[in-house]
Write a protein that binds this ligand. Structure first.
Ligand code: OW7
Length: 404
Protein backbone atom coordinates (compact mmCIF):
# COMPACT_ATOMS: atom_id res chain seq x y z
CA UNK A 1 0.00 0.00 0.00
CA UNK A 2 1.36 3.38 -0.90
CA UNK A 3 -0.18 6.61 0.31
CA UNK A 4 -1.19 9.06 -2.42
CA UNK A 5 1.48 11.60 -3.24
CA UNK A 6 0.71 15.07 -1.81
CA UNK A 7 -0.25 17.66 -4.40
CA UNK A 8 2.68 20.04 -4.62
CA UNK A 9 2.09 23.55 -5.83
CA UNK A 10 4.98 25.61 -6.97
CA UNK A 11 4.77 29.34 -6.53
CA UNK A 12 5.38 31.66 -9.49
CA UNK A 13 8.64 33.62 -9.30
CA UNK A 14 9.05 37.33 -10.01
CA UNK A 15 12.13 39.47 -10.57
CA UNK A 16 10.25 42.64 -9.59
CA UNK A 17 11.98 45.14 -7.29
CA UNK A 18 9.11 46.83 -5.43
CA UNK A 19 11.63 49.12 -3.71
CA UNK A 20 13.04 50.62 -6.92
CA UNK A 21 12.46 54.20 -8.12
CA UNK A 22 10.92 52.90 -11.37
CA UNK A 23 8.39 50.91 -9.33
CA UNK A 24 7.54 53.90 -7.11
CA UNK A 25 7.02 56.11 -10.20
CA UNK A 26 4.39 53.74 -11.66
CA UNK A 27 3.63 50.73 -9.45
CA UNK A 28 0.20 49.86 -10.85
CA UNK A 29 1.16 47.67 -13.86
CA UNK A 30 3.57 45.77 -11.58
CA UNK A 31 0.89 45.28 -8.94
CA UNK A 32 -1.44 43.87 -11.59
CA UNK A 33 1.27 41.50 -12.87
CA UNK A 34 1.90 40.23 -9.33
CA UNK A 35 -1.82 39.71 -8.66
CA UNK A 36 -2.22 37.87 -11.98
CA UNK A 37 0.86 35.69 -11.40
CA UNK A 38 -0.82 33.96 -8.46
CA UNK A 39 -2.04 34.33 -4.88
CA UNK A 40 1.50 33.95 -3.51
CA UNK A 41 4.60 34.87 -5.53
CA UNK A 42 8.30 34.33 -4.81
CA UNK A 43 10.34 37.55 -5.04
CA UNK A 44 13.69 36.24 -6.27
CA UNK A 45 15.61 39.44 -5.60
CA UNK A 46 14.81 39.49 -1.86
CA UNK A 47 14.26 35.78 -1.17
CA UNK A 48 10.84 36.45 0.27
CA UNK A 49 7.17 35.82 -0.54
CA UNK A 50 4.74 38.42 -1.86
CA UNK A 51 0.96 38.70 -1.60
CA UNK A 52 -0.73 41.34 -3.77
CA UNK A 53 -4.36 40.19 -3.90
CA UNK A 54 -6.86 41.47 -1.35
CA UNK A 55 -7.83 37.99 -0.08
CA UNK A 56 -4.28 36.92 0.83
CA UNK A 57 -3.22 40.32 2.19
CA UNK A 58 -6.31 40.24 4.41
CA UNK A 59 -5.59 36.64 5.44
CA UNK A 60 -1.99 37.42 6.43
CA UNK A 61 -3.05 40.55 8.36
CA UNK A 62 -5.70 38.51 10.18
CA UNK A 63 -3.41 35.68 11.38
CA UNK A 64 -0.83 37.17 13.75
CA UNK A 65 0.01 33.75 15.21
CA UNK A 66 1.26 32.42 11.84
CA UNK A 67 2.50 35.75 10.45
CA UNK A 68 4.25 37.50 13.31
CA UNK A 69 5.43 41.10 13.71
CA UNK A 70 7.98 40.55 16.50
CA UNK A 71 10.66 39.59 13.95
CA UNK A 72 10.20 43.00 12.31
CA UNK A 73 7.73 44.34 9.73
CA UNK A 74 10.51 45.31 7.33
CA UNK A 75 12.72 43.00 5.26
CA UNK A 76 15.22 42.56 8.13
CA UNK A 77 14.51 39.47 10.27
CA UNK A 78 15.11 40.45 13.92
CA UNK A 79 15.77 36.77 14.71
CA UNK A 80 18.85 36.98 12.48
CA UNK A 81 19.99 40.59 12.71
CA UNK A 82 19.92 43.32 15.33
CA UNK A 83 17.22 45.95 14.65
CA UNK A 84 18.58 49.39 13.65
CA UNK A 85 16.78 50.91 16.67
CA UNK A 86 15.23 49.40 19.84
CA UNK A 87 12.17 47.41 18.74
CA UNK A 88 8.80 49.20 18.77
CA UNK A 89 6.66 47.83 21.62
CA UNK A 90 3.53 47.90 19.47
CA UNK A 91 4.46 47.65 15.77
CA UNK A 92 7.22 45.06 16.19
CA UNK A 93 5.53 42.90 18.84
CA UNK A 94 3.02 40.03 19.07
CA UNK A 95 0.37 39.25 21.65
CA UNK A 96 0.48 39.20 24.64
CA UNK A 97 3.15 41.98 24.84
CA UNK A 98 1.54 43.80 21.93
CA UNK A 99 -1.89 43.72 23.60
CA UNK A 100 -0.57 45.53 26.68
CA UNK A 101 1.13 48.29 24.68
CA UNK A 102 -1.82 48.65 22.33
CA UNK A 103 -4.27 49.12 25.21
CA UNK A 104 -2.38 52.23 26.35
CA UNK A 105 -2.23 53.88 22.92
CA UNK A 106 -5.85 52.90 22.20
CA UNK A 107 -6.92 54.73 25.35
CA UNK A 108 -4.88 57.85 24.50
CA UNK A 109 -6.34 57.87 20.95
CA UNK A 110 -9.88 56.84 21.95
CA UNK A 111 -13.14 58.24 20.52
CA UNK A 112 -13.54 60.29 23.72
CA UNK A 113 -10.05 61.79 23.26
CA UNK A 114 -10.91 62.67 19.63
CA UNK A 115 -14.03 64.50 20.77
CA UNK A 116 -11.84 66.83 22.83
CA UNK A 117 -9.69 67.67 19.78
CA UNK A 118 -12.37 68.03 17.11
CA UNK A 119 -13.13 71.74 17.49
CA UNK A 120 -9.48 72.76 17.67
CA UNK A 121 -8.61 70.65 14.61
CA UNK A 122 -11.56 72.06 12.62
CA UNK A 123 -10.63 75.66 13.53
CA UNK A 124 -6.98 75.13 12.52
CA UNK A 125 -8.06 73.58 9.21
CA UNK A 126 -10.41 76.44 8.46
CA UNK A 127 -7.77 79.06 9.28
CA UNK A 128 -5.16 77.38 7.07
CA UNK A 129 -7.50 76.79 4.11
CA UNK A 130 -8.92 80.33 4.27
CA UNK A 131 -5.40 81.77 3.99
CA UNK A 132 -4.39 79.41 1.18
CA UNK A 133 -7.59 80.08 -0.78
CA UNK A 134 -6.83 83.81 -0.60
CA UNK A 135 -3.35 83.12 -1.97
CA UNK A 136 -4.63 80.84 -4.75
CA UNK A 137 -1.37 79.36 -6.05
CA UNK A 138 0.02 76.84 -3.58
CA UNK A 139 2.12 73.71 -3.25
CA UNK A 140 -0.44 71.17 -2.04
CA UNK A 141 2.27 69.24 -0.20
CA UNK A 142 4.34 71.83 1.72
CA UNK A 143 1.57 74.39 2.15
CA UNK A 144 -1.27 72.01 3.02
CA UNK A 145 -0.51 68.27 3.36
CA UNK A 146 2.52 69.00 5.57
CA UNK A 147 1.45 72.32 7.05
CA UNK A 148 -1.86 71.08 8.46
CA UNK A 149 -0.63 68.01 10.42
CA UNK A 150 2.37 70.10 11.56
CA UNK A 151 -0.07 72.70 12.89
CA UNK A 152 -2.06 70.23 15.02
CA UNK A 153 -0.26 66.92 15.66
CA UNK A 154 2.96 68.03 17.42
CA UNK A 155 0.86 70.17 19.80
CA UNK A 156 -1.61 67.33 20.42
CA UNK A 157 1.33 65.08 21.28
CA UNK A 158 2.95 67.79 23.41
CA UNK A 159 6.22 67.79 21.44
CA UNK A 160 8.77 70.39 22.56
CA UNK A 161 8.78 73.43 20.22
CA UNK A 162 12.54 73.39 19.86
CA UNK A 163 13.69 71.03 17.09
CA UNK A 164 10.34 70.20 15.49
CA UNK A 165 12.03 70.42 12.11
CA UNK A 166 13.42 66.95 12.91
CA UNK A 167 9.96 65.34 13.00
CA UNK A 168 9.40 64.74 9.26
CA UNK A 169 13.03 63.81 8.46
CA UNK A 170 12.86 61.34 11.38
CA UNK A 171 9.72 59.75 9.96
CA UNK A 172 11.35 59.42 6.53
CA UNK A 173 14.17 57.44 8.17
CA UNK A 174 11.75 55.14 10.01
CA UNK A 175 9.69 54.36 6.89
CA UNK A 176 12.75 53.93 4.63
CA UNK A 177 14.28 51.55 7.17
CA UNK A 178 11.51 48.96 6.63
CA UNK A 179 12.87 48.44 3.12
CA UNK A 180 15.86 46.47 1.85
CA UNK A 181 19.45 47.67 2.12
CA UNK A 182 19.11 50.00 -0.90
CA UNK A 183 20.34 53.57 -1.45
CA UNK A 184 17.16 55.05 0.09
CA UNK A 185 17.62 53.09 3.31
CA UNK A 186 21.40 53.52 3.52
CA UNK A 187 21.33 57.26 2.89
CA UNK A 188 18.43 57.77 5.30
CA UNK A 189 20.24 55.90 8.08
CA UNK A 190 23.58 57.63 7.35
CA UNK A 191 22.16 61.07 8.15
CA UNK A 192 19.73 59.93 10.84
CA UNK A 193 21.74 60.55 14.02
CA UNK A 194 20.56 64.12 14.78
CA UNK A 195 16.91 63.18 14.13
CA UNK A 196 17.13 60.06 16.30
CA UNK A 197 18.71 61.86 19.23
CA UNK A 198 16.17 64.70 19.07
CA UNK A 199 13.25 62.25 19.08
CA UNK A 200 14.74 60.14 21.89
CA UNK A 201 15.12 63.27 24.03
CA UNK A 202 11.68 64.65 23.10
CA UNK A 203 10.05 61.40 24.31
CA UNK A 204 11.18 62.02 27.91
CA UNK A 205 8.44 62.93 30.37
CA UNK A 206 10.00 66.28 31.32
CA UNK A 207 10.01 67.39 27.65
CA UNK A 208 6.35 66.61 26.97
CA UNK A 209 3.66 69.29 27.48
CA UNK A 210 0.99 68.49 30.08
CA UNK A 211 -2.29 67.15 28.71
CA UNK A 212 -0.82 65.86 25.44
CA UNK A 213 -0.68 62.27 24.18
CA UNK A 214 2.91 61.92 25.39
CA UNK A 215 2.08 63.09 28.92
CA UNK A 216 -0.87 60.67 28.98
CA UNK A 217 1.39 57.78 28.00
CA UNK A 218 3.79 58.76 30.79
CA UNK A 219 0.85 58.86 33.22
CA UNK A 220 0.54 55.11 32.59
CA UNK A 221 4.12 54.81 33.87
CA UNK A 222 3.27 56.99 36.90
CA UNK A 223 0.44 54.54 37.61
CA UNK A 224 2.85 51.60 37.42
CA UNK A 225 1.20 50.11 34.31
CA UNK A 226 4.44 50.32 32.29
CA UNK A 227 8.02 51.36 33.02
CA UNK A 228 9.40 54.84 32.27
CA UNK A 229 11.50 53.43 29.43
CA UNK A 230 8.40 51.77 27.98
CA UNK A 231 6.51 55.07 28.15
CA UNK A 232 9.35 56.71 26.20
CA UNK A 233 9.22 53.93 23.61
CA UNK A 234 5.43 54.19 23.21
CA UNK A 235 5.72 57.94 22.81
CA UNK A 236 8.34 57.26 20.14
CA UNK A 237 5.76 55.11 18.32
CA UNK A 238 3.41 58.09 18.10
CA UNK A 239 6.24 60.34 16.88
CA UNK A 240 7.13 57.71 14.27
CA UNK A 241 3.71 56.73 13.00
CA UNK A 242 1.51 59.77 13.53
CA UNK A 243 2.84 62.53 11.30
CA UNK A 244 4.17 61.41 7.91
CA UNK A 245 1.23 58.99 7.47
CA UNK A 246 -1.35 61.77 7.74
CA UNK A 247 0.81 64.08 5.61
CA UNK A 248 0.67 61.48 2.85
CA UNK A 249 -3.01 60.72 3.50
CA UNK A 250 -3.96 64.38 3.08
CA UNK A 251 -1.57 64.68 0.11
CA UNK A 252 -3.32 61.67 -1.45
CA UNK A 253 -6.73 63.27 -0.96
CA UNK A 254 -5.60 66.54 -2.61
CA UNK A 255 -4.06 64.66 -5.53
CA UNK A 256 -7.25 62.60 -5.97
CA UNK A 257 -9.56 65.62 -5.76
CA UNK A 258 -7.35 67.48 -8.27
CA UNK A 259 -7.46 64.60 -10.77
CA UNK A 260 -11.18 63.82 -10.30
CA UNK A 261 -12.91 67.23 -10.44
CA UNK A 262 -16.38 65.60 -10.61
CA UNK A 263 -15.66 64.07 -7.21
CA UNK A 264 -14.54 67.45 -5.86
CA UNK A 265 -17.83 68.93 -7.12
CA UNK A 266 -19.75 66.27 -5.16
CA UNK A 267 -17.74 67.03 -2.02
CA UNK A 268 -18.28 70.75 -2.52
CA UNK A 269 -22.04 70.16 -2.86
CA UNK A 270 -22.10 68.06 0.32
CA UNK A 271 -19.25 68.74 2.80
CA UNK A 272 -20.59 65.87 4.94
CA UNK A 273 -18.81 63.61 2.39
CA UNK A 274 -15.42 64.84 3.68
CA UNK A 275 -14.74 61.78 5.84
CA UNK A 276 -15.68 59.38 3.02
CA UNK A 277 -13.55 61.35 0.53
CA UNK A 278 -10.54 61.00 2.82
CA UNK A 279 -11.16 57.28 3.35
CA UNK A 280 -11.41 56.67 -0.40
CA UNK A 281 -8.10 58.52 -0.88
CA UNK A 282 -6.48 56.18 1.66
CA UNK A 283 -7.77 53.23 -0.39
CA UNK A 284 -6.87 54.78 -3.75
CA UNK A 285 -3.30 55.87 -2.96
CA UNK A 286 -2.55 53.73 0.13
CA UNK A 287 0.01 56.03 1.83
CA UNK A 288 1.44 52.98 3.63
CA UNK A 289 2.16 50.74 0.64
CA UNK A 290 3.74 47.65 2.16
CA UNK A 291 4.63 45.86 5.36
CA UNK A 292 6.28 42.49 5.94
CA UNK A 293 5.39 39.70 8.31
CA UNK A 294 7.56 36.68 9.27
CA UNK A 295 6.15 33.15 9.42
CA UNK A 296 6.26 31.95 13.03
CA UNK A 297 5.50 28.34 12.00
CA UNK A 298 4.98 26.36 8.80
CA UNK A 299 1.76 27.62 7.18
CA UNK A 300 -0.17 27.17 3.92
CA UNK A 301 -1.06 30.34 2.07
CA UNK A 302 -2.74 30.53 -1.33
CA UNK A 303 -2.03 26.84 -1.89
CA UNK A 304 1.70 27.24 -1.18
CA UNK A 305 3.47 25.67 1.80
CA UNK A 306 5.64 28.25 3.58
CA UNK A 307 8.36 27.22 6.04
CA UNK A 308 8.87 28.81 9.44
CA UNK A 309 11.05 31.95 9.44
CA UNK A 310 10.17 33.32 5.99
CA UNK A 311 9.42 36.94 5.17
CA UNK A 312 6.07 37.73 3.52
CA UNK A 313 5.63 41.12 1.84
CA UNK A 314 2.04 42.42 1.90
CA UNK A 315 1.11 44.86 -0.90
CA UNK A 316 -1.58 46.93 0.83
CA UNK A 317 -1.81 49.35 -2.10
CA UNK A 318 -2.34 46.48 -4.52
CA UNK A 319 -4.99 44.80 -2.35
CA UNK A 320 -6.78 48.16 -2.38
CA UNK A 321 -6.83 48.10 -6.22
CA UNK A 322 -7.62 44.38 -6.63
CA UNK A 323 -10.48 43.95 -9.16
CA UNK A 324 -11.33 40.64 -7.39
CA UNK A 325 -12.44 42.82 -4.47
CA UNK A 326 -13.40 46.19 -5.98
CA UNK A 327 -15.59 47.39 -8.83
CA UNK A 328 -13.77 50.02 -10.92
CA UNK A 329 -10.76 49.86 -8.53
CA UNK A 330 -8.86 52.58 -10.41
CA UNK A 331 -11.62 55.15 -10.03
CA UNK A 332 -11.64 57.54 -7.09
CA UNK A 333 -15.30 57.49 -6.00
CA UNK A 334 -16.18 59.24 -2.74
CA UNK A 335 -19.53 57.49 -2.43
CA UNK A 336 -18.05 54.01 -2.84
CA UNK A 337 -18.76 51.55 -0.03
CA UNK A 338 -15.06 51.25 0.75
CA UNK A 339 -15.17 49.20 3.91
CA UNK A 340 -12.66 46.37 3.80
CA UNK A 341 -9.79 48.41 2.40
CA UNK A 342 -6.48 47.60 4.07
CA UNK A 343 -4.96 51.10 3.95
CA UNK A 344 -5.06 51.08 7.76
CA UNK A 345 -4.23 47.37 7.91
CA UNK A 346 -6.49 44.85 9.61
CA UNK A 347 -6.46 42.54 12.61
CA UNK A 348 -4.73 43.18 15.93
CA UNK A 349 -2.27 45.69 14.41
CA UNK A 350 -4.86 47.74 12.51
CA UNK A 351 -3.91 51.43 12.79
CA UNK A 352 -4.39 52.50 16.41
CA UNK A 353 -4.39 56.15 15.29
CA UNK A 354 -7.01 55.77 12.57
CA UNK A 355 -9.54 58.02 14.35
CA UNK A 356 -6.96 60.78 14.62
CA UNK A 357 -6.00 60.34 10.95
CA UNK A 358 -9.66 60.52 9.90
CA UNK A 359 -10.24 63.53 12.14
CA UNK A 360 -7.41 65.39 10.38
CA UNK A 361 -8.53 64.28 6.93
CA UNK A 362 -12.15 65.19 7.55
CA UNK A 363 -11.27 68.60 9.02
CA UNK A 364 -9.12 69.64 6.06
CA UNK A 365 -11.50 68.34 3.36
CA UNK A 366 -14.48 69.95 5.06
CA UNK A 367 -12.67 73.29 5.19
CA UNK A 368 -11.81 72.95 1.49
CA UNK A 369 -15.38 72.05 0.58
CA UNK A 370 -16.60 75.23 2.29
CA UNK A 371 -13.90 77.68 1.15
CA UNK A 372 -12.75 76.45 -2.28
CA UNK A 373 -14.91 76.01 -5.39
CA UNK A 374 -12.32 74.07 -7.44
CA UNK A 375 -8.89 72.47 -7.06
CA UNK A 376 -6.80 72.74 -10.21
CA UNK A 377 -3.47 70.96 -10.78
CA UNK A 378 -1.28 73.58 -12.50
CA UNK A 379 2.04 71.76 -12.93
CA UNK A 380 3.65 68.34 -12.99
CA UNK A 381 3.44 66.65 -9.58
CA UNK A 382 6.81 65.41 -8.27
CA UNK A 383 6.98 62.06 -6.54
CA UNK A 384 8.71 61.54 -3.17
CA UNK A 385 10.54 58.21 -3.04
CA UNK A 386 10.34 56.17 0.15
CA UNK A 387 10.60 52.42 0.81
CA UNK A 388 7.19 52.33 2.55
CA UNK A 389 5.29 55.58 2.03
CA UNK A 390 3.66 56.58 -1.24
CA UNK A 391 3.26 60.31 -1.79
CA UNK A 392 4.35 63.44 -3.56
CA UNK A 393 7.15 65.91 -2.88
CA UNK A 394 5.40 68.69 -4.80
CA UNK A 395 1.83 69.23 -6.03
CA UNK A 396 1.33 72.63 -7.75
CA UNK A 397 -2.29 73.67 -7.22
CA UNK A 398 -4.57 76.61 -7.85
CA UNK A 399 -7.33 76.91 -5.25
CA UNK A 400 -10.36 78.85 -6.47
CA UNK A 401 -11.67 80.78 -3.48
CA UNK A 402 -15.39 80.67 -2.75
CA UNK A 403 -17.17 84.01 -2.25
CA UNK A 404 -16.89 84.91 1.47
C1 OW7 B 1 6.41 52.52 15.80
C2 OW7 B 1 2.07 53.14 10.29
C3 OW7 B 1 2.62 52.01 11.06
C4 OW7 B 1 4.25 52.61 12.69
C5 OW7 B 1 5.11 53.11 11.76
C6 OW7 B 1 6.40 53.43 12.14
C7 OW7 B 1 6.81 53.25 13.45
C8 OW7 B 1 5.94 52.74 14.39
C9 OW7 B 1 4.65 52.42 14.01
O1 OW7 B 1 2.96 52.28 12.39
O2 OW7 B 1 7.50 52.95 16.13
O3 OW7 B 1 5.68 51.93 16.58
Amino acid sequence: MTSPAPILHEAPVSDLDPFSLAYFDDPFPHMEALREAGPVVRLRRYGCWAVARHAEVHAVLSDWASFCSSRGVGLADFARETPWRPRSMILEADPPEHTRARAILARVLSPAAMKGLRERFAAAADRLVTGLAARGEIDGIADLAEAYPLSVFPDALGMPQEGREHALPYAAVVFNAFGPDNALRREALESSAPHLSWVADACRQEKLAPGGFGAQIHAAADAGEITRTEAELLTRSLFSAGLDTTVNGIGAALYCLGRFPDQYARLRADPALARAAFEEAVRFESPVQTFFRTTARPVRLGGIALEEGEKVLMFLGSANRDPRKWERPDEYDITRRGSGHVGFGNGVHMCVGQLLARLEGEAILQALARRVTAIEITGTPERRHNNTLRGLARLPLRLHAAAA
